[in-house]
Unconditional design. Sequence first.
Length: 108
Amino acid sequence: MSAAAPDPSSSDAGRFPGDCDRWSLTAAQAETFFALSTELDASVYHHEYETSRCMIAGDLVEDGRQWEFQINGAAKGYWSNGNDMRYFGCTDAACDPLVLVPHIGMGP
């Protein structure tokens, strides 16, 4: 698993390069994040969840299949394997200590 780094999908990732240094996850914490998360469709992931400047990336295996994952500091993450993508978001309060910004929703 990588150390937290600027998330290239964030529009202001480069503005505060040291910001990500204060966030880290162990492999067990990353596993907990995904266990507490709900699988989302791509539209919900992209439109109803904020994007933090920071992300953590790594690899995981589920049912014998290798995936690369990314957890964004704004309580969302995804798994990728070639063209296959799975999106996740965590609204559970137990995710709050695992992320930089708890999910607050993008509603009006």
